[in-house]
Design a protein around this ligand. Structure first.
Ligand code: SAH
Length: 450
């Protein structure tokens, strides 16, 4: 054990799952006596929580590892940890040879290797018994890291780890391991503890979140879990992500429609609007299946935002096939499109068996076309909110403006001198843009914080 105050720095890339893992790690490190440090080169411990879903993300890791190597040369006492999908469930041995200056490698959502390393090397300042160590590693009753305490309005809660679907383009199953649902008591304890610490909105997350419970005993599913989460005091809003079209049951949709805290916001990746491409991606549904699901959603949740993910330039995608995707976006008028150019990933079926034969220029042309179209769609959709009053949860202050979201996940900016953080407020929309709305408070007198 050391007497001197130790500092940690966590670099987080990628998805909500990584955000959740970093938050948990921060909390664990603080229990070992570490304090947060904004500058990595000043920290005693630096952890990089990585993403490799596309090559572009992976390239950033090499750049940052280079600067960490330099920092460690200057300060050999520094501990460096590498976590997340770059490490995955089986790349650690290979990476140890390539990056000998890294002290610890951790797969996604499992910080035990680092905690054990710090413990064995006496790199902590709070005395902990063995028993407490074990509790610490498995702790689901989580205390927010110092910097988020009192100001975290949103919380991501992993409910399904890993993925067993194996879409041909996707590296996630190889790096996050097979699908595992967390026990419902762990999830509910975690959500309750977040709500007790002031969190107003939770997002339950998983690669195919609607498959929650499939691998557990009994028939408790996502709809049942949502009902229990909806009953937790202090929470205002509940969302979940990501849905797979094949697993969105009517029971789930009816539950979202019925429960008061459930937001009318669904994330349902389509990936492509052409059957041949969908088949090559091994997504497990056709365009017609997706259209039927779209109808089922709109029938039960007419005002729900349906957000989607699309990949352009998948191996073999012809211009005609791409136009099917383009036309489908035009027809369905999604509320958000997360758009990506296909990026070949190691060990995936697409990498092993298909040729990445759409040029980058062509991928970029297709990406821009959908991007433009989507901007036009949103310009139109958002106009209807002009002068309407919407309920907004205020999430953060960015520059001089408060930033919040509607239940259907539209971004809204408000200028107001007072402290609005974490409040659910009626806001009148005064201006609309494709990617945000602007508004002002309707009732300026009812403010909890002031
Ligand atoms: N589990 C979710 C999403 C996982 S990753 C699903 O079932 O769809 C988030 C998004 O990244 C994916 O929806 C996909 O659009 C994109 N993505 C994944 N692998 C990719 C690749 N190799 N190239 C480009 N985009 C990719």
């Amino acid at each position: 054990m050391s007497d001197e105050q130790k500092h940690y720095h966590i670099w987080t890339m990628g998805c909500q799952m990584n955000e959740a893992d970093s938050r948990r790690l921060g909390s664990q490190l603080e229990r070992l006596g570490y304090a947060p440090e904004a500058l990595p080169e000043k920290a005693d411990l630096v952890v990089m929580n990585t993403c490799v879903v596309r090559q572009q993300a992976e390239n950033k890791i090499y750049g940052r590892l280079g600067s960490l190597k330099t920092a460690k040369e200057k300060n050999p006492e520094m501990t460096i940890g590498l976590m997340g999908c770059f490490v995955g469930v089986r790349e650690a041995t290979r990476l140890k040879k390539e990056f000998p200056f890294v002290d610890v490698f951790m797969p996604p959502s499992d910080t035990s290797a680092l905690i054990e390393y710090l413990y064995e090397n006496e790199l902590y300042t709070e005395e902990l018994e063995n028993r407490q160590m074990r509790d610490l590693i498995q702790d689901s009753d989580l205390l927010l890291p110092i910097e988020q305490r009192g100001n975290a309005v949103l919380g991501y809660v992993p409910i399904v780890l890993g993925c067993s679907h194996a879409c041909t383009f996707c590296i996630i199953p190889y790096r996050r391991g097979r699908e595992r649902s967390r026990q419902r008591t762990d999830i509910l304890t975690e959500v309750r503890s977040l709500a007790d610490q002031g969190v107003k909105e939770v997002m339950l997350i998983g690669q195919i979140v609607d498959r929650y419970g499939q691998d557990l005993d009994g028939d408790y599913d996502l709809a049942d879990l949502l009902r229990d989460v909806n009953g937790i005091d202090g929470l205002e809003r509940v969302r979940f992500l990501t849905s797979h079209p094949n697993w969105m049951t009517d029971k789930l949709l009816d539950t979202v429609a019925e429960l008061d805290k459930l937001c009318p916001h669904l994330e349902v990746p389509i990936q492509a609007g052409n059957d041949e491409v969908l088949k090559n991606m091994r997504r497990g549904y056709t365009v017609d299946d997706y259209l039927k699901l779209h109808d089922r959603i709109k029938y039960r949740l007419p005002d729900a935002a349906i957000n989607t993910d699309i990949i352009v330039g998948f191996p073999g995608e012809t211009d005609e096939q791409f136009m099917d995707t383009y036309n489908l976006v035009k027809e369905l008028k999604f509320d958000k499109v997360h758009l990506a150019k296909y990026s070949e990933r190691p060990r995936t079926v697409a990498q092993r068996r298909m040729e990445d034969n759409v040029s980058d220029a062509e991928k970029e042309r297709r990406r821009l076309m959908i991007d433009e179209l989507f901007k036009e769609i949103l310009t139109e959709t958002n106009k209807k909110y002009q002068d309407q009053t919407l309920e907004i949860l205020i999430e953060a202050k960015k520059k001089d403006r408060w930033q919040g979201r509607t239940g259907d996940n539209r971004l809204v900016f408000i200028e107001d001198e007072r402290d609005l953080l974490g409040q659910l407020l009626d806001v009148k929309i005064t201006a609309t843009r494709p990617f945000s709305l602007q508004g002002e408070l309707v009732d300026k007198t009812v403010l909890v914080n002031s």
